[in-house]
Design a protein around this ligand. Structure first.
Ligand SMILES: C[S@@+](CC[C@H](N)C(=O)[O-])C[C@H]1O[C@@H](n2cnc3c(N)ncnc32)[C@H](O)[C@@H]1O
Length: 272
């Protein structure tokens, strides 16, 4: 068993990991993240103390599922791509997506998070883990610049300051010839609501960066062009919502119809 002493934004990885693990144990699982379940079983932590609700597990699995789909799409179009998975936590995206041998995949998070990751997940070819805070972009200079680069960050940017998000994105768009950036973004109201969530409050993490209008980022990061934006809970066939409890279904129904509510949380993808 691996002991964990994670605090603040690092501790939030336990929430997303547990959500993915538990959702994957449901008979109608969307994400099927069996690596997450394996990691949870090896971490010495009382996950039940999170008090996570089933609806929250499904919601976080949906967010991860859409980002996985975007990653798969990018890799299919660019089989020799580089993937920079930032704020990876214990997420097993590299195993879920299982990229072909031509892809170079880097999972990046704080050094102590990466230490835990190394203890829990096996190595694989074309895959590297990098321990670095997002305030120090030195590691980026070691990434080959001759391939299209996908940056994917799930549940990360909201914990960074604007002074960290913008230099990171500007460095990516200037250093690499072309690629995409995909992440979840929250309006100011969305961030205020999310920071009141009891599980996140218990970690002591501070949520900082919001994005009211995804087009604003185009002006702030030269070269970035919005390709897609999707409501966090969007799905084409309603099958996931049918798994929700009725109060959560009612909330989703309302959010779907009221525009400012739809903007609380989105998945965005940009090209450069
Ligand atoms: C909510 S967790 C998400 C983890 C993973 N992406 C997932 O979806 O399961 C946030 C992650 O961002 C990482 N993180 C937050 N701020 C960071 C920073 N300044 N530098 C590096 N990693 C950071 C945390 O350590 C944590 O692993």
């Amino acid at each position: 068993m691996e002991k964990v002493r994670l605090t603040r934004e690092k501790a939030t990885l336990l929430i997303t990991l547990y959500a993915k693990a538990e959702e994957s144990r449901m008979p109608d699982s969307l994400l099927q993240d069996h690596y997450a379940a394996g990691a949870v079983a090896r971490i010495d932590y009382d996950f039940s103390s999170l008090g996570m609700r089933r609806d929250e597990m499904i919601g976080l699995a949906m967010r991860a599922y859409t980002l996985d789909a975007w990653v798969r799409e990018f890799i299919a179009a660019h089989p020799g791509a580089t993937v920079l998975h930032l704020g990876c936590g214990m997420d097993s995206r590299v195993f879920r997506v299982d990229p072909p041998p031509g892809v170079n995949w880097f999972d990046v998070d704080y050094p102590d998070v990466i230490d835990l990751r190394r203890a829990l997940y096996p190595p694989r070819s074309g895959y590297e883990m990098v321990g670095a805070p997002m305030s120090d972009l030195g590691w980026l200079s070691g990434i080959p610049t001759d391939k299209p680069v996908l940056v994917v960050a799930e549940g990360l940017f909201l914990y960074l300051s604007e002074d960290e998000v913008l230099p990171l994105l500007r460095t990516v768009t200037t250093q690499f010839p072309s690629g995409e950036v995909a992440f979840d973004a929250y309006s100011r109201m969305g961030l205020a609501l999310a920071s009141r969530n009891r599980m996140f409050r218990a970690t002591g993490a501070v949520m900082r960066w919001s994005l009211d209008n995804p087009l604003d980022l185009e002006a702030q990061v030269p070269g970035l062009r919005l390709r897609d934006e999707q409501w966090v809970y969007e799905e084409s066939d309603g099958r996931q919502w049918a798994r929700y409890t009725w109060p959560a279904r009612a909330a989703v129904w309302l959010m779907r119809r009221v525009r400012p509510l739809r903007r609380l949380g989105r998945l965005v993808r940009y090209r450069y």
